[in-house]
Design a protein around this ligand. Sequence first.
Ligand SMILES: [Cu+2]
Length: 180
Amino acid sequence: MTGRTIAPGTVHQVPARPTPAPAAAVFAPQRRPAPVRSAPARLPLGRAVGITGAAVAVAVALTGCQTQSAINRGPHPGTVTASLVNGVQDVVLTTDQRYRFTPSTVTVHPGKVRITLKHVGTGGAPHDWQLQGFPADSVPLTQAGQTRSIEFIAPAPGTYKFVCSIHVTQGQTGTLVVLP
Ligand SMILES: [Cu+2]
């Protein structure tokens, strides 16, 4: 108790502080990537080519769907403001097996918009792009490695939600802002 008086206490506390800080920092980043990496890392192990290879690929794809169907609670990355070039505002969104659109916040001006969806993943589920409330303004299901586009006239100024129609529950959503 006497050691806790102000004068000696300050001396003893100095070396104690640095220890817990780095320990916590080491644990935090290690836990996150571990489950994500373990699944894809095993995919290429299948040696067989041809029928067996295809069977493995299908099994892997199905497994991948199930293991990754958990909600992605990570941040929605990126913002972009489109500009009119040759009468159209080009917006390119990439997606992969992480249930995200990049960028996920898209700002456009009134007029024609072209949304291009590039599935840059190496496998897994296809994705589409749908502007909620405007079913015609949608990019159809796009497989890994594919690129598909849709052109439409921006709706009235405001804020709209867009989604991948088959991965809404996994959190694959974004925001379209139409400027006045
Ligand atoms: Cu999707």
